[in-house]
Write a protein that binds this ligand. Structure first.
Ligand code: IPM
Ligand code: MG
Length: 370
């Protein structure tokens, strides 16, 4: 079926391809029902691209990503490529996609499915019903700031430099996304930085405060230092709705928030650019987990984070909320029957492989759509 929804699939390394295989079965399921179809292209990224082409992302694949409506990304990296120079590392492939598509807004929801509340390392009552959204700035800060690098000093020591940089515009555009998202949720934003020690933190706080006063007074805004936020996330996570923060703090706090939900294997994310004249945003969807080389190739990873990333794509890139709901509901129902991949296993659960999780999801989708 011809479709104007151009989708690029980049499975990557480690468990990426295994998880993606199950999600592609769901994409095919939609295609067969002839309700939602995609023009799917696929490519290599990370170590896989490095092995095949000597670079973690070819210019051709980069151009494909620019041209597609959305990219579904797996994971990159592994011990095989750990000791390469920086510009060759598999992670550069992902960072290049983020930077060149200007995907500055990274949405990382941490949502606790009721069936999994006991899989969290925190007590059930602290996390049951948890629904928070970490909005991570993704194209600035210390990940990209100049100068950066390693040099040798006169006395033979080495010196390494990374630079944290933010401009007013970079802060304002991500803060705007935070306020807009909060309005559709519980209307509360925590802006997180280290204004007590960092100049970028001071500018961050000033800029968010100004934007709030000018345009978003109806949204509750609180400022919080990043270290306190880490503590509050494990102390009383339900105090949060939307957390907006910089690239590095967002990286750290989102792993922390992920674990509240029981497993990193559950968390999807969306990385969005600015809307163009037609309202379309460049977008990349990826699980928050990495390539998990220790379990790769064993058909035991959890495909749900990639599946839920696909659901986010349906919602944010294609405005298909009902279909996104369908996918999320299928995942919830499967979990409610006690089916679990090993990472979210609990007493009494039936442990299944990645493929069997895919089987269960398809069966559930058939049931829901019947
Ligand atoms: C993430 C990952 C990446 C990051 C790595 C793989 C470059 O940890 O998406 O959170 O640090 O941003
Ligand atoms: Mg990370």
């Amino acid at each position: 079926m011809a479709s104007n929804r151009k989708l690029l699939v980049l499975p990557g390394d480690g468990i990426g391809p295994e998880a993606m295989r199950q999600v592609m079965r769901v994409v095919d399921w939609f295609d067969k029902r002839r309700t939602v179809s995609f023009d799917v292209k696929s490519g290599l990224v990370g170590g896989a691209a490095l092995d095949a082409h000597g670079t973690p992302l070819t210019d051709e694949t980069m151009a494909l990503a620019q041209d597609c409506d959305a990219t579904l990304f797996g994971s990159v990296g592994g011990p095989k490529w750990d000791n390469l120079p920086f510009d060759k590392k598999p992670e550069r492939g992902l960072l290049r996609l983020r930077k060149e598509m200007d995907l500055f807004a990274n949405l990382r929801p941490a949502l606790v499915f009721d069936a999994l509340a006991d899989a969290s390392s925190l007590k059930r009552d602290l996390v049951a019903g948890l629904d928070i959204l970490i909005l991570r700035e993704l194209t600035g800060g210390v990940y990209f700031g100049e100068p950066r690098g390693v040099s040798t000093l006169a006395d033979g020591q080495k010196k390494a430099v990374d630079t944290q940089v933010y401009t007013t515009r970079e802060i304002e555009r991500v803060a705007r996304v935070a306020f807009e998202l909060a309005r559709k949720r519980s209307n509360k934003v925590h802006s997180v930085e280290k204004a007590n020690v960092m100049h970028t933190g001071v500018l961050w706080r000033e800029t968010v405060t100004k934007l709030h006063a000018a345009e978003y007074k109806d949204v509750t805004l609180e400022h919080m230092y990043a270290d306190n936020c880490a503590m509050q996330l494990v102390r009383r996570p339900k105090q949060f709705d939307v957390i907006v923060t910089d690239n590095l703090f967002g990286d750290i706090l989102s792993d922390c928030a992920a674990m509240l939900t029981g497993s990193l294997g559950m968390l999807p994310s969306a990385s969005l650019g600015a809307p163009d004249a037609t309202g379309r945003r460049k977008a990349l969807y990826e699980p928050v987990h990495g390539s998990a080389p220790d379990i790769a190739g064993q058909d035991k990873c959890n495909p749900l984070a990639t599946l839920l990333s696909f659901a986010m794509m349906l919602r944010y890139s294609f405005d298909l909320a009902a279909d996104a709901d369908l996918v999320e509901q299928a995942a919830k129902n499967v979990l409610a029957t006690g089916i679990r991949t090993p990472d979210i296993a609990s007493a009494g659960a039936s442990i299944v492989s990645t493929t069997q999780m895919g089987d269960a999801l398809l069966k559930e989708l058939d049931k829901l759509a019947a």
